[in-house]
Every structure is written in C-alpha cells, then in structure tokens.
Write a protein that binds this ligand. Structure first.
Ligand SMILES: Nc1nc2c(ncn2[C@@H]2O[C@H](COP(=O)(O)OP(=O)(O)O)[C@@H](O)[C@H]2O)c(=O)[nH]1
Ligand SMILES: Nc1ncnc2c1ncn2[C@@H]1O[C@H](COP(=O)(O)OP(=O)(O)O)[C@@H](O)[C@H]1O
Length: 228
C-alpha cells in the first residue's frame, strides 16, 4: 500500500444493555483499535475511591448521567494517551454538549448505533454479571461464565452492577431517551451514523463486522473467531 492508513475515530452507541460492551469486545478481537469505555473508566475510579469516582457513584446509583464537564474532562484526558491509535469510544458522548466537546478535539469518522428495543433490554440487564477489573461482561442466559460466578480468564469473582436493579434501569432508559437520543440526530446530520437494528447480538454482529471491514483490515488470526 505504501500510504499509512488514517487512524479511525469510531463511537459505539445504543441504550444501556444494547450490547455495546459485547460488540466492542468482538470488534477489538478483529480490528486494531483501542476500546475506551466510559462506564469502565468510571467503575475503575469508583473502585479506587478517586474524587471523580466518589462523585460519579452518587449519580450512577440514581440512574443519572454524570455532569458533562466532569465526564468530558475524564474521557478527553484518556483519549490524549491514545492519539497514535485507532480507537472505539463506548458510552461517550451521551449528550450533545459532550459530542460538541469531542468534535473540538477530533473528527469522528463513524458512529455505530445498536438499535435494540427497550423491552429486550430490561430482561438482559437483570441477568448481567461483570468482572470489574477487566470489564468483561457475562449474562446468565446469553454468555454464561464457564464456572458459575467466576471470570473465565482470571478465576476471580463476578459481581452484579448496583445500577442494574430494575428501578435504576428504568431511570437509565429515560435519561437515554431524553439526553442521548439527540446525539444520534447530531451524528445523523453529520452523515456518520450507521444504525444496526435487532434483538440479538449474534444477528447484529455479522453486519457490524462487514461494515467495519470496509474501514479497517481484519487483523485476527482466526477466521472462526468471526462467529464469536
Ligand atoms: N439474551 C441476550 N443477552 C445479551 C445479548 N447480547 C448481549 N447480551 C447480554 O446483555 C447484557 C448487556 O450487554 P452489554 O454488552 O453489557 O451492553 P451495554 O450496556 O450496551 O454495554 C450483558 O449481560 C450481555 O451479556 C443477546 O443477544 N441476548
Ligand atoms: N458519557 C457519559 N456521560 C454521563 N454519564 C455517563 C457517561 N458514561 C457513563 N456514564 C454513567 O455511568 C453509568 C454506566 O455507564 P455504562 O457502563 O456505559 O452503562 P450502560 O451502557 O449499561 O448504560 C451510566 O448509567 C451513567 O450514569
């Protein structure tokens, strides 16, 4: 080729529980880009009891979004360290002011929108278990761990997220509707939004994969991994 490919700036969006984390982990198996999840970043700060973590917990427990200025500062600082890589942002931006702040630092090439109905999501989240250190996500029905309650890779215990309680999930879906849906319109107007509709990740994934293949080479060694 000779010419160095331009770095990809991608965002993955969708309501809570739409499969952003699950699809992102498949994407990074195939494509050379760094995954940055705002939720993982916040949970790491909460675990370490940083200033941001302590403030964030009060919002997350109520199913509310963290204020834009705190969130934007946190994420943009992390992105600075990823300047020389292609990246995939998961969970940010979630409001129009966040999207505008992001636009000031870089140009977003593509936004993958997972369009999954709310009824599907509610039942998924109550069965979600995570490995807090790595952000690996499991589901008791969809992708259970090999050993009940235990992370497949480290053997450490899995936990349920406090904010996956049914009443908090309802609040998160409301804030998605009010604050995050306008971000989809924002990116649609810019011509970078690509929506994938469905109720099952395994059916959505091949379409996401095919779409990304038009932007980046598949660097995975194992074609069979395509199915996972
Ligand atoms: N039943 C079912 N569960 C799924 C599917 N896709 C993802 N999940 C699970 O649903 C939960 C939410 O997915 P996650 O990737 O964490 O969504 P996010 O909140 O958008 O990042 C997790 O427990 C996943 O394992 C699916 O197609 N069917
Ligand atoms: N960009 C953001 N702006 C404001 N709050 C955020 C942002 N990203 C994450 N949060 C907070 O962290 C919580 C968990 O986020 P995340 O792990 O992405 O969950 P999910 O995708 O399941 O909604 C959100 O409900 C919200 O309170």
């Amino acid at each position: 080729m000779g010419v160095r490919a331009r770095l990809l700036r991608a965002v993955i969006m969708g309501p809570p529980g739409s499969g952003k984390g699950t699809v992102s982990s498949r994407i990074v198996k195939h494509f050379a880009l760094k995954h940055l999840s705002s939720g993982d970043l916040l949970r790491d700060n909460m675990q370490r009891h940083t200033g941001v973590g302590v403030v964030a917990k009060t919002y997350i427990d109520r199913g509310q979004l963290i204020p834009d200025d705190i969130m934007t500062q946190l994420v943009l600082r992390e992105l600075k360290n990823l300047e020389q890589y292609s990246w995939l942002l998961d969970g940010f931006p979630r409001t129009v002011p966040q999207a505008e702040a992001l636009d000031k630092t870089c140009q977003i090439d593509t936004v993958i929108d997972l369009d999954v109905p709310f009824e599907t999501i509610k039942q998924r989240l109550t069965a979600r278990w995570i490995h807090p250190t790595s952000g690996r996500v499991y589901n008791l029905e969809f992708n259970p761990p090999k050993i009940h309650g235990t992370d497949d890779i480290t053997g450490e215990p899995l936990v349920q997220r406090d904010d996956d309680k049914p009443e908090t999930v309802t609040k998160r879906l409301q804030s998605y509707e009010a604050q995050t849906k306008p971000v989809l319109d924002y990116y649609r107007k810019k011509g970078v939004l690509k929506s994938f509709s469905g109720t099952e990740t395994n059916k959505i994934w091949p379409h996401v994969y095919a779409f990304l293949q038009t932007k980046l080479p598949d660097v995975s060694q194992n074609e069979a991994a395509m199915q996972r």
